[in-house]
Design a protein around this ligand. Structure first.
Ligand SMILES: [Zn+2]
Length: 371
């Protein structure tokens, strides 16, 4: 089998949602630069994400909404009517310089990833993973829903048994709702309980097409391994999926400023390897992640893992320079710990498996909702 492919784009390099927004930071290009500097990514494995074809995007999104995004980029402003109707320029979804081209590039990248996966490639597309996007509304920093568009690509190619696994700290609400009652796409989301968007309760099964594992603050590597082994892996193995889409958001890591989960990136690496072993077609995307050091290191390490590369203890001088070149306008960014510069792999964050985590895992695999 030919090696994994990496989909990136330079559009992410200088793109920002604004200096005060959590997405002020470079993420995709940090990952790409790290992979190259570690010697893990050469041109033969790199593909540039194309802008999505508008017709493909309109399979899920409302034409008036997509047109409003285009207009917002062109005018760099938004009418009161568009703000009200489409939530553009509202609720953390700012008007920014690439508000049309960047989501269109993420969507184009993910749809390309899914097409390449159909040819038997494992594909990493860190620019994708905008799981909150709605057909006619921006939500949770997401304008288009590129996972949904990628999954539709697979359905249109004839696949009818797909697993979508979402390990972002936030519930994958937009994807779950898009395939509510649709047994062809089985969505599984592990996310922080009680956090925005406040959906994804353990009882919520989307008509049978979803499972949700809301986990408590402080969720550690041991607990993630527990829910994978007790619930997620058995569910996936039983379905023998034709393809797996892993939304590998990095905001469940300990150092993330927007969530309170406590994983190390070893959890993400282990899950990426497990998904690669469970289906012949695998696409991995990014998602949330608001600390540029931890996001870049996590997604670069995921790429190494997909390639079967053992991650060395120390970064190369080039990779260290990439990390030292980042700026992070939060308290933790003023005096970053050395290991944010000198390692890719975190120290493991093991701990007890709490009763709440056991309870959620056992409900998830039971036929009935009581456990
Ligand atoms: Zn998130």
């Amino acid at each position: 089998m030919r090696g994994p492919l990496y989909i990136g784009s330079e559009i992410y390099r200088r793109s920002t949602y604004g200096a005060l927004h959590p997405l002020a930071i470079p993420r995709v290009t940090t990952c790409t630069d790290l992979c190259r500097a570690m010697g893990w990514l050469d041109d033969s494995q790199f593909r540039t994400a194309p802008m999505a074809d508008l017709r493909d995007v309109l399979r899920f999104h409302d034409p008036a909404y997509v047109d409003a995004l285009r207009r917002a980029e062109e005018t760099q402003t938004v009418s009161e009517a568009d703000r009200e109707r489409f939530r553009i320029g509202a609720e953390g979804n700012p008007v920014y310089a690439e508000i049309y081209r960047r989501p269109m590039t993420s969507a184009g990248g993910v749809m390309l990833a899914c097409r390449l996966a159909l040819e038997g490639r494992v594909v990493h597309c860190p620019g994708g993973g905008t799981h909150h996007g709605r057909p006619a509304r921006a939500s949770g920093f997401c304008y288009l829903n590129d996972p949904v568009l990628g999954l539709l690509t697979w359905l249109e190619a004839g696949l009818d048994n797909i697993v979508y696994l979402d390990i972002d700290a936030h519930h994958g609400d937009g994807v779950q709702d898009a395939f509510h009652d649709d047994d062809r796409v089985f969505t599984i989301s592990v996310h922080e309980a009680g956090r925005w968007p406040f959906t994804g309760a353990v009882e919520d099964r989307a008509g049978g097409a979803a499972r949700n594992l809301p986990v408590p603050a402080g969720f550690n590597d041991t607990e993630m391994r527990w829910v994978m082994e007790e619930a997620v892996l058995p569910l996936i193995e039983a379905r023998r999926p034709q393809a797996i889409f892993l939304q590998c958001g990095a905001d469940a890591l300990e150092e993330d400023p927007l969530a309170k989960l406590s994983l190390s990136n070893n959890a993400h690496f282990a899950i990426a390897a497990q998904m690669q072993a469970l289906a012949p077609r695998v696409v991995v995307t990014g998602g949330g992640g608001y600390n540029p050091y931890t996001v870049g290191r996590c997604w670069a390490g995921v790429w190494a893992t997909l390639n079967g590369i053992e991650i060395p203890e120390r970064t190369t001088p080039g990779a260290e320079a990439v990390l030292r070149g980042l700026t992070y306008n939060r308290a933790a960014g003023r005096n970053p710990p050395q290991h944010w510069f000198t390692t890719i792999k975190d120290a493991p964050r093991e701990g007890p498996v709490r009763d709440e985590v056991r309870r959620v895992a056992s409900i998830t695999v039971s036929e009935r909702l009581e456990a």
